[in-house]
Every structure is written in C-alpha cells, then in structure tokens.
Design a protein around this ligand. Structure first.
Ligand SMILES: Cc1cc2nc3c(=O)[nH]c(=O)nc-3n(C[C@H](O)[C@H](O)[C@H](O)COP(=O)(O)O)c2cc1C
Length: 367
C-alpha cells in the first residue's frame, strides 16, 4: 500500500460513510491532480512499469485501467493516468440526469475486501457530461491514455425504448471517448439486466452501430455482462451482439450473489441490497472470462474485471482470456499503489513462465 494512502487517506476514510469518502477522494483528485506539475509529482509516487499491449487497434502502456463507476461524472480524467492507470472508463452516463437511489447506497466490508453498491446511475446526464468534456478538451487537459465511456439506460425509459436511449447518449459522447461500453448489467436499475437477451441486445447494439456509421467512425463498442448470467444465456447473448457488430466484451459487472459472511459486521453488510464487487467476485468473473474466451476469443478481445487486486488475480484474468483489465474495489481497499503492484506482478509472471510479450499469455490456460 502506498505511503501517502496508508498514512493519510485510509485512516481518514475509516471514519466516514463510504460514498462520502469516495466523493471526497474524487473531488481532491479533480482539484489537485489537474496541472502537469502535480501530475508529474503523483506519477513519480505511483510509478508503473511498461507492459505494452495493442488492443482495439490502440497501444496500451500496460493492461490495467480504472473500471466504470469510480469517476461517474468524468470530473477527474487527468488524475487516473497520474495514479498509474493505462486507461480509464468514465460514467455510467445516462441520457437524462439522475439522482440515483436514496443514501446510504454504498457499503464496505473490510474483512471480505468487498463493496456493495446500489447507486442507481447517479449522474448529471449525457448533455452535461459532454459539456464538462468539451471544456476539458478546449483547456488542453485531455489525458494521453485511451478513454472509455460507460453508457447506461435512463431509469425513466423502458426496455422497449432502450435502443434509442443508448444511441442518443452514444451520439452525444461520440467525440469524447475512444471506446464505448454498453452497460446492460447493473443490478441497480430495475429491468436493466433483462436487456441481456438476444433480440434486445441486437437492437441496442444496432442502434449504436448505426450512429457510428452515420458518423463514419470506427470507435469500438463493447458490451458489459453480469456475472449472474447462466452460461447458455451468456453465449447466446454474446453471439447476438457479435452479429449486430459488437467489438468486444467486459466481464464482469457486480453480482447479486453473496459469499458466506466472515463475521457479524460482514453479515450485516452482505445483507444490504445491491451489486457486490471485490475479492468474492473474482472466481465468478474468471469463470465468465474463460467461457467467453472459449466461445468468441478468436473473434474479439475481452476486458477482465472483478476482484483484480494483485499480480496473481490479474494474471488469472489474462491467462483465462482477458487482453485488458480493470479494477474498482481494490482502489478502495489498497489505494492507487495496487496498479503498480499488480502490473509488476504480471511482468514477473511473464518472465518466470518464459513469455516474450503479454499477448502470448492471453488465454494461455484455456488452451
Ligand atoms: C460504487 C460502484 C459504482 C459502479 N458503477 C458502475 C457503473 O456506473 N457502470 C458500470 O458498468 N459498472 C459500475 N460498477 C462496476 C465496476 O465497474 C466493476 O465492474 C465491478 O466493481 C467489479 O470490479 P471490482 O471487483 O474491481 O470492483 C460500479 C461499481 C461500484 C463499486
């Protein structure tokens, strides 16, 4: 764990509500880590080795990015690369502004290294985020890493009108991301996960690819899955998405499943409604990465997400088929130094197992 995080941030966060702690961290980052001087200083603390891989036609300095939900309003884009991430995903963004669910809606179980959240896509809406991002670009503060946008369905829109809702947000953000992720897998918007069905998915993906064609664009569109899908539904849905022109998959979002509680406090937290992330999600997420890789790994890349918190867990995701990785929960429990530690861990394993580059290790344990 990095010294500044261990000495200052972590002790302070113990005493305050999880969402408030999170809001304070993002606000601090967006205020202090925006000019080049501060970014240089922070990068020198959170150094990460280079472990390049080309995915979606873009070069990533190493595979590890920031998962969706951490920077929902795209306020701190300059900070994430300085903290060591090689790419970042902002959002979930919905077409219309949303308050999200009543608070408290984010819970932390330290003994399980797990979070439970039922945020419900709180965000200022696509138009407002587009303005924030236009201002950032104009001010010359756009990050030098690949940027992804996470798109969710507005709460007030039903699934029949979902394709237009996703497509409008996609269109509004088109100039402000390199990669787009269609999130049909959050457990916190009623009915959303029902979009993970062949005809729904085809319509949502086609609505977005039609916009992309109209804009003569080539930007990759990915689909993010729930870890709670049965394997046959997952593979059928992945096939439908591919036939509609999807370029890759993110596995996975949070789960509604729960591990056995580790103590009384953990029992209380795990009883909260919402999606669980962090360590107890890892094995389920790895299973799903593997299932996807076996079925479609020769067609499109897979982004691995879920309980990545070390070199070992990152290696697990890569050798089961992930070309890129993302994390959220480990940032909360370990602070930003987890990025460097995990990347160094992958690099060691590559060398120890005799691989010459990262691409060779992708899916290695499936073959
Ligand atoms: C508080 C919170 C908010 C999240 N919001 C989103 C979101 O808006 N869109 C999305 O696709 N995933 C969202 N996620 C899921 C994460 O991107 C990620 O898929 C999940 O947390 C598993 O990764 P982890 O185990 O490293 O945390 C959220 C997760 C948390 C903890």
């Amino acid at each position: 764990m990095g010294l500044p995080y261990r000495l200052v941030v972590r002790p302070a966060m113990r005493f305050i509500d999880s969402e408030r702690a999170h809001g304070l961290s993002v606000r601090a980052l967006s205020t202090f880590v925006e000019n080049r001087g501060a970014q240089k200083l922070v990068s020198s603390i959170y150094r990460t080795p280079s472990l390049p891989i080309t995915v979606f036609g873009r070069l990533f300095r190493h595979p590890l990015g920031l998962a969706a939900g951490f920077d929902k309003s795209a306020k701190a884009l300059g900070a994430w690369p300085a903290l060591g991430f090689s790419w970042l995903e902002y959002g979930g963004v919905t077409r219309f502004p949303q308050e999200g669910n009543p608070k408290p809606r984010m819970f932390r179980s330290d003994t399980d290294s797990a979070l439970i959240n039922r945020m419900g896509f709180n965000n200022p809406g696509a138009q407002s985020i587009r303005e924030t991002l236009t201002a950032r670009r104009t001010a010359g503060r756009w990050p030098h890493t690949p940027v992804a946008a996470n798109i969710g369905r507005s709460k007030t829109v039903d699934n029949a009108r979902a394709p237009a809702d996703y497509a409008e947000t996609f269109n509004l953000l088109y100039d402000h991301a390199d990669i787009f992720v269609l999130n049909v897998s959050s457990p916190n918007t009623p009915g959303l996960r029902e979009l993970q069905e062949d005809s729904h998915i085809r319509d949502v993906v086609r609505a977005c690819t039609a916009i992309r064609e109209r804009r003569s664009g080539l930007k990759p569109i990915l689909l993010k899955f729930s870890p709670d899908l049965e394997p046959d539904v997952l593979l059928s849905c992945a096939g439908a998405a591919l036939s509609a022109g999807i370029d890759g998959f993110v596995a996975t979002n949070t789960t509604i499943g729960r591990p056995p509680p580790s103590n009384t406090r953990s029992r209380r937290i795990l009883a909260e409604q919402g999606g669980l992330s962090g360590r107890p999600l890892h094995s389920k997420s790895i299973e799903m990465i593997g299932e996807l890789y076996d079925a479609v790994g020769d067609k499109v890349p897979i982004v691995g997400c879920g309980g990545i918190e070390s070199g070992e867990t990152a290696w697990n995701a890569i050798t089961n088929g992930a070309s890129l990785l993302q994390l959220y929960s480990a940032m909360v429990f370990q602070g930003p130094s987890v990025v460097g530690r995990a990347t160094r861990g992958i690099k060691k394993r590559l060398a120890a197992d005799g691989f010459t580059d990262l691409q060779e290790a992708v899916g290695y344990s499936r073959t």
